[in-house]
Design a protein around this ligand. Structure first.
Ligand code: TRP
Length: 447
């Protein structure tokens, strides 16, 4: 007999899905990752390639994830299984869900450590008087395993609390508070950049492409960034899609989420670079851009302590609305299988992420000389396995499943009465363009 799976409920109203999925998409990837990559990869040309990747790969895969999730209403493992069986395909397609949940544990393990540093920086920025330089400050933060551990634990605990409260009362309710807050803080930071920073130089930097320095690496980096930023390939969006009301339009909703995510990434650039340029700092300083360059700017400016604290609150809020979506697929699976209650399921997965995260904490200090793979420390190894291997693999398999194996009648019934031209375009992208481009990133990264 087919066992019945526990249901997790549905979002209330159409906006909750948009807020939750945008909350998932908008995170460290947009506010920390996108600006520093645009900075190191040559500015506007990177931005343009990034936009292209969002449109031709990102949104088509997002549509696919939502449609699989909504059709089945369960965790990614069971949604993949059900969709495969309904299309008379092997139930081993559920492997995609397993890949996603494993990737999620690994991603969240280091995401939480970086998000913990952001939380810590709220207080550092609020009290920083510039007595020690921003780079010494950053070095002292990452050299202390105890303080990194404390903040990693705090962040993981907050994520656990929200997810354990459930889809409607936890995630649904929190994104309605977190997302408007994020929007206001970001608008404030951009306005600040317009008034006090070198805004025109930032505009020039982000929007005047110079293709002379573009290589394969720029493409790889832009495509990887688009994938990570839209939370694709590991089931975050599929799990959220499972809670989407049946009468909501999938395609236009995916465009809204994709556009909001891109808008936030660009606004983050417009908040950060005017300040960087006004203080003659390097836009291409890499991952330390917000923790070192930006802090040193905050140290030098009027009301810098306040503005700095606001910026790091913004970053932490964005990270929290993403981390809950990384935890949700695994929690949904354990609780719908009735292996454990939602709270215990959330505790189990959070604990796993927390334990693996300790390795990332150590990779900045006591394990800084430990390289599990040649040239990769512990954190970089975990990131390689999850973000560069499992996540694109999951995305590619989702595209192949929907493009080549799922019944078209099921797809059409989920997509509703979509304009036939749009449908044909999407179908073409999902069958050919998305899988082959992801395969391309994948293979070149392995080489
Ligand atoms: N997209 C988020 C960011 O930009 C992070 C994130 C959430 C994510 N869910 C994900 C990344 C799933 C990969 C896979 O920070």
């Amino acid at each position: 007999m087919q066992k019945t799976l526990k249901s997790h409920g549905t979002w209330i109203g159409k906006w909750t899905f948009v807020l939750a999925a945008t909350g998932s998409a908008v995170g460290l990837g947009n506010i920390w990752g996108f600006p520093y990559k645009a900075g190191t990869e040559g500015g506007a040309a990177f931005v343009l390639i990034y936009l292209l990747c969002i449109i031709i790969i990102g949104i088509p895969i997002m549509i696919s994830e939502i449609l699989i999730g909504r059709r089945s209403g369960n965790s990614p493992i069971n949604s993949m299984k059900k969709s495969a069986i309904d299309s008379n395909r092997s139930s081993s397609w559920q492997l995609v869900g397993w890949i996603g949940i494993s990737a999620g544990v690994l991603i969240l393990s280091f995401y939480s450590v970086i998000a913990g540093i952001c939380l810590n920086y709220i207080f550092i920025a609020a009290s920083s008087s510039g007595e020690i330089s921003a780079s010494e400050q950053f070095a002292s933060v990452i050299q202390s395993p105890i303080s990194l551990m404390i903040w990693h634990t705090v962040f993981m605990f907050l994520t656990f609390l929200i997810v354990s409260a459930g889809v409607k009362d936890g995630i649904g309710r929190m994104v309605k508070i977190l997302m408007p807050m994020l929007g206001l803080l970001l608008i404030f930071m951009v306005l600040y950049g317009i008034v006090k920073g070198d805004f025109s130089k930032a505009l020039l930097f982000l929007f005047t492409p110079d293709f002379s320095n573009i290589g394969t690496n720029t493409f790889l980096s832009a495509m990887g960034q688009a994938f990570f930023s839209l939370s694709l390939g590991m089931g975050s969006i599929m799990a959220y899609g499972a809670y989407m009301p049946k009468d909501q339009e999938i395609v236009s909703t995916s465009f809204s989420v994709g556009s909001l995510d891109t808008l936030v990434a660009i606004m983050a650039g417009l908040a950060i670079f005017p300040i960087i340029f006004a203080f003659n700092l390097e836009p291409g300083s890499g991952p330390g851009l917000v923790f070192i360059s930006l802090l040193s700017a905050f140290n030098q400016m009027e009301f810098g302590q306040l503005i700095g604290a606001i910026f790091f609150i913004l970053l932490s809020v964005a990270a929290l609305s993403s981390s809950i979506s990384i935890l949700e697929p695994g929690v949904a699976f354990i609780s719908e299988e009735r292996i454990a209650s939602r709270t215990s399921s959330a505790l189990i997965i959070s604990f796993l992420c927390w334990v693996v995260g300790i390795g990332t904490v150590f990779s900045f200090n006591i394990w800084s000389d430990y390289y599990p793979l040649p040239d990769k420390n512990f954190q970089e190894t975990i990131e390689l396995i999850s973000v560069q291997i499992l996540q694109p693999l999951g995305g590619m398999l989702i595209a192949i499943f929907v493009g080549w194996f799922m019944n078209e009648s099921i797809i059409k019934s989920e997509l509703g009465d979509l304009n036939p031209v749009f449908y044909k375009l999407w179908r073409f992208f999902i069958r050919y363009i998305a899988p082959s481009s992801v395969a391309f990133i994948f293979i070149s990264q392995l080489l």
